[in-house]
Design a protein around this ligand. Structure first.
Ligand SMILES: *[C@@H]1O[C@H](CO)[C@@H](O)[C@H](O)[C@H]1NC(C)=O
Ligand SMILES: *[C@@H]1O[C@H](CO)[C@@H](O)[C@H](O)[C@H]1NC(C)=O
Ligand SMILES: *[C@@H]1O[C@H](CO)[C@@H](O)[C@H](O)[C@H]1NC(C)=O
Ligand SMILES: *[C@@H]1O[C@H](CO)[C@@H](O)[C@H](O)[C@H]1NC(C)=O
Ligand SMILES: *[C@@H]1O[C@H](CO)[C@@H](O)[C@H](O)[C@H]1NC(C)=O
Ligand SMILES: [Zn+2]
Ligand SMILES: [Zn+2]
Length: 371
């Protein structure tokens, strides 16, 4: 038998290293769309095939429905008691599609019509829209299905039991996974994203080096990375974050992340604006769930190449309900809080704050209606 060559030894060693660290974290960052090499732009992405299901409805059987059920299960629209992941369009799937449609302000037909599929295939946050059977978006609201294009009512939401960072922690620290070796420019994008939230709340955020001890732990990771919520390559799910006081904030290391916020030229087939996604995920880190208001940061989807970094009134009202306002914040919030909020976790103080806020905005609201 031949002695193992140097080459064999080298290959075995490399394999061993890959086995030990199954998800090398080599995230890509680009200043603009033209800088993305074509080899990194896939011809199709994980959810594109859902477009073939157009027109599908209850009673039919169609190849691909099984995958769609898994998608709806992942985002909470089919609960854990559901087990029929076949290609049959059953009652439960119809109900799930209707809930999805209500959440995204679409006509609740229960059919896989073109407008519904065009939403389903959009890149999005990996956090669920329905947690433990309760939708945090439109469909779970007392006025569920309200047309939020014409919104006068707040749609922000919280995680179950409204977890938040304790009042003793008004400064939260954040750190980056050391293996990611992020540049100053990339870290600066996160700094700006945190700033959006500290402008409107009493919270401040400070970068620290000690990853293990930071309140908020930011990492670019790929595929299965140990928390039961695997990433899926280019587009599909982009990032996810855990509710307070967990602090884990993960981004898909396989995305083509744009960091300059200035990328108007080119065909943005697969480009994702890092700051937009960071502002959204920090909302989760602070305790916000998804909102049905399309202009809100906490809306779950974002189109490839879209930039959305300004907090909407809906986001500001939500985060201020948890933490109060920044004394230096001079903006005004012009939505009517929902009167029928889940009161299980709400203290009296929160309610009187709410009531106080309800008095002010009406004049602004009327202005908005007539201008
Ligand atoms: C895009 O980025 C590349 C790499 O930094 C740069 O050479 C190029 O000039 C940029 N293009 C535009 C249109 O800004
Ligand atoms: C799952 O959803 C179905 C239909 O909405 C409901 O009847 C059932 O109670 C739910 N099961 C669990 C465990 O939440
Ligand atoms: C919501 O309202 C807007 C403006 O009135 C309208 O254009 C849109 O079609 C409505 N959407 C739904 C789902 O009813
Ligand atoms: C979901 O419900 C189960 C059982 O009611 C409970 O143990 C669990 O903590 C809930 N999860 C969340 C996120 O509220
Ligand atoms: C609010 O404050 C910002 C700076 O903090 C200032 O530029 C802006 O003019 C102020 N707006 C009002 C209405 O006072
Ligand atoms: Zn999200
Ligand atoms: Zn994760």
């Amino acid at each position: 038998m031949k002695k193992p060559s140097l080459r064999t030894i080298f290959i075995s060693l490399s394999l061993l290293i890959i086995l030990i660290n199954p998800n090398p974290v080599t995230a890509h960052f680009f200043p603009n769309i033209s800088a993305i090499p074509s080899s990194l732009i896939p011809k199709s992405t994980i959810w594109d095939a859902f477009n073939n299901l157009v027109g599908c409805r209850k009673g039919q059987k169609s190849e691909g429905l099984s995958k769609l059920k898994k998608y709806l299960h992942y985002f909470g629209y089919l609960n854990n008691s559901y087990s029929d992941f076949s290609d049959d369009f059953d009652d439960r799937l119809e109900a799930a599609v209707k809930t999805y449609q209500l959440n995204f302000n679409l006509k609740a037909t229960g059919e896989l019509d073109a407008p519904t599929l065009s939403h389903i295939v959009l890149p999005r946050c990996g956090n669920s829209d329905v947690v433990n059977g309760t939708s945090t978006m439109n469909s779970g609201k007392p006025n569920g299905g309200g047309n939020s294009t014409f919104h006068t009512v707040a749609h922000y939401s919280f995680f179950p039991n409204r977890p938040r960072w304790p009042p003793s922690k008004s400064e939260l620290t954040y750190a980056f996974l050391p293996e990611n070796e992020l540049s100053g420019a990339v870290r600066g994008v996160f700094g700006r994203a945190f700033e959006r939230w500290s402008e409107v709340t009493p919270l401040t955020f400070r970068e620290v080096a000690a990853f293990g001890r930071a309140d908020i732990k930011i990492g670019f990771l790929s595929r299965d990375h140990g928390d039961g919520e695997p990433f899926d390559g280019v587009l599909g799910t982009l990032a996810h974050a855990f509710s307070p006081p967990n602090g884990r904030f993960h981004l898909d290391g396989e995305e083509n992340w744009l960091i300059d916020g200035n990328f108007l030229n080119g065909s943005p087939r697969s480009a994702v604006d890092l700051e937009s996604v960071a502002v959204h995920e920090i909302g989760h880190v602070l305790g916000l769930g998804h909102s049905s208001v399309e202009g809100a940061i906490m809306y779950p989807t974002i189109s490839s190449g879209q930039r959305k970094v300004e907090l909407a009134n809906d986001d500001i009202m939500g985060v201020q309900e948890l933490y109060g306002s920044n004394p230096n914040y001079n903006g005004s919030v012009s939505l009517t809080p929902r009167g029928e909020r889940d009161t299980s976790g709400a203290s009296r103080v929160e309610f009187s704050l709410l009531a106080g806020r309800m008095l002010l905005p009406w004049s602004l609201l009327l202005l908005r209606l007539f201008v």
